[in-house]
Design a protein around this ligand. Structure first.
Ligand SMILES: Nc1ncnc2c1ncn2[C@@H]1O[C@H](COP(=O)(O)OP(=O)(O)OP(=O)(O)O)[C@@H](O)[C@H]1O
Length: 254
């Protein structure tokens, strides 16, 4: 297993935000994390990334207890694209993506052509080539999101954690990022709000009130009953005539 959480919990000011989450993500698997607002998805991702220290339970990354790995060791294996990762520093797009190479550099291994290659490839992958010299603060929300993803790709991780990576993107770039995630072959945990997009994941984990309440294939998870119980909507299923795939349509429940 590349990523394993066992009885993971986090509380603050006497309130439990994540409770008893146990899950495993296999090498190369894409696990979608879904759940209503405030259900604990971002907090769970921060726990899995090592940014947040668990109040209980543990995380293992590539067989190592996360608590025993240094930030640098973690960053050589895992990259995290947080939801709001703004910076007030005056940096260019290229500077932002170069940060992804930091875990691989030291006095004996200074910046080299290999690092230039990773930065250029990452920028091209998110269709942001040509933006290298632009100031970060001048970018649109969607452009910033794509640069964040490029920074994570430049890190050359084995595990990728993404918190709503499509929320600022236009439909072309939403589909491009989802296709990229599927093609990268990395062990991935991705929080998504669009349940039709979540259907493309290998498995889905459903959070509700800080607990993991369901884990399984999209077909097994996205049933009208679960969608009603967890998201308080009525869902009807349609079939896309182009490829026969299942499409969900949602109706408000009064
Ligand atoms: N540092 C904190 N202090 C107090 N409450 C917090 C803290 N971090 C998170 N919470 C609360 O924990 C709950 C879960 O938050 P989290 O951001 O993990 O949810 P989420 O499922 O990612 O939500 P969304 O879909 O709205 O992004 C929310 O009610 C939030 O207000």
């Amino acid at each position: 297993m590349m990523l394993r959480a066992t009885d993971l919990g986090w509380h603050t000011r006497g309130r439990a935000i994540v409770k008893g989450v146990t899950l495993q993500v296999a090498r190369g698997e894409v696990l979608g994390l879904i759940g209503p607002n405030g259900s604990g998805k971002s907090t769970l991702l921060r726990l899995l990334s090592g940014l947040l220290k668990p109040s209980s339970g543990r995380v293992e990354l590539a067989g190592h207890p996360l608590s025993r790995l240094s930030r640098r060791d973690i960053a050589r294996i895992l990259a995290f694209v947080a939801q709001q990762a703004d910076t007030s520093d005056r940096i260019t797009v290229r500077d932002a993506v170069e940060l992804g190479r930091t875990p691989w550099l030291d006095a004996l291994r200074p910046w080299s052509a290999e690092d230039d290659h990773h930065v250029a490839t990452a920028l091209a992958t998110v269709e942001m080539q040509g933006f290298e010299t632009r100031d970060w603060i001048t970018l649109s929300g969607g452009e910033r999101q794509r640069v964040h993803i490029a920074r994570a790709l430049a890190q050359c991780p084995q595990v990728l954690l993404l918190d709503e990576p499509t929320n600022h993107l236009d439909i072309h770039h939403q589909l491009a990022i989802l296709r990229l995630i599927a093609r990268l072959g990395l062990t991935t945990v991705v929080a998504l709000h669009d349940l039709n997009q979540a259907m493309g994941c290998d498995r889905l984990a459903v959070m509700q009130g800080g607990r993991l309440i369901a884990l399984g294939t999209p077909a097994a998870i996205l049933t009208p009953d679960l969608l009603h119980r967890v998201f308080a909507v009525r869902a009807t299923e349609l079939t896309d005539p182009e490829d026969g795939s299942r499409v969900l349509r949602f109706h408000h429940v009064t």
